[in-house]
Design a protein around this ligand. Structure first.
Ligand code: RIB
Length: 270
């Protein structure tokens, strides 16, 4: 069974619908508060599991009710939660999301327990094999994420780094990832930072995605309800497909299809 190991974040998403996004210094009235399970790591893990992968999650939640509920939720979806640590004295990660009428969002993340991920938490990576895939977005401690990528690569596993939210990872980590996944905004930040990735996959929204010379069109979307988590759905599905031995164009096509469905529901996870 192909295995995807996600080292990443778990957040509770507090979502308020707004007519438009506020300007700096402006107060806007929004709709009712809605709460969802989110976090780039967990969203990607859920997508990989939905795509048929055997998923192990490495991360941290706070010692609170939402953290415990989150672990139960992932386990109920068949995700191995044995490497999720409960962190005393800190909250589970939280994201404040403003969702505008056109489905576009702005997000502020309070990382909470995600920022407490430690090198010791990476012990399960010592069992990785060349058939496994490591998938890592950047909402957790960046030093630990970089170490996870190096350890997984040393074990021969494929490493996929989702450079979201953008941060300048060490160049050796960008060089070993195959691929580094970015959206158009993150791609620009990567160029501005002067860093380069050896293998770069850019998601282009309605224009599809591009990985080196491979271009795959976007799948058609019905009604855009909420774009939150669409990129995560892409990454998780891509990782599952590559772990299952699909070639790059097929994996990208499956990921595009899953991401297109992900914008049709409210919240980051199905
Ligand atoms: O990518 C979407 C995710 O970003 C949300 O679920 C939110 O938690 C933030 O991490």
């Amino acid at each position: 069974m192909p295995r995807v190991v996600v080292v990443g974040s778990l957040n509770i998403d507090s979502v308020v619908e707004v007519e438009r996004h506020p300007q700096p210094g402006e107060t806007l009235m929004g709709g009712d508060l809605a709460t969802f399970f989110g976090g780039k790591g967990a969203n990607q893990a859920m997508a990989a599991a939905a795509a048929g992968a055997d998923v192990l999650f490495v991360g941290r939640v706070g010692d609170d009710a939402s953290g415990r509920q989150y672990v139960e939720r992932l386990a109920a979806r068949g995700i191995d939660t044995s490497a999720i640590a409960i962190t005393p004295g800190v909250s589970t990660g939280h994201a404040m999301i403003a969702l505008a009428a056109d489905g576009e969002n702005t997000i502020i993340v309070s990382p909470g327990a995600n920022a407490r991920l430690t090198f010791a938490d990476l012990e399960p990576l010592d069992d990785l094999t060349p058939e496994d895939v490591l998938l890592a977005p950047l909402e957790s401690d960046l030093g630990v994420i970089a170490e996870a990528a190096r350890r997984a690569s040393a074990r021969g596993a494929r490493v996929i780094v989702n450079l979201a939210p953008f941060s300048a990872l060490p160049e050796d980590v960008l060089a070993l990832a195959d691929p580094v996944v970015v959206n158009e905004h993150e791609a620009e930040l990567l160029v501005t930072s002067g860093l380069r990735a050896t293998s770069l996959l850019v998601t282009l929204g309605s224009d599809g995605s591009r990985w080196g010379d491979i271009e795959v069109p976007a799948d058609s979307v019905g009604t855009v309800v909420d774009t939150t988590g669409a990129g995560d759905c892409y990454c998780g599905t891509l990782a599952a497909a590559l772990a299952a031995g699909q070639d790059e164009p097929s994996a990208m096509a499956l990921a595009s299809e899953a991401a297109a469905r992900a914008v049709e529901w409210l919240g980051a996870q199905p």
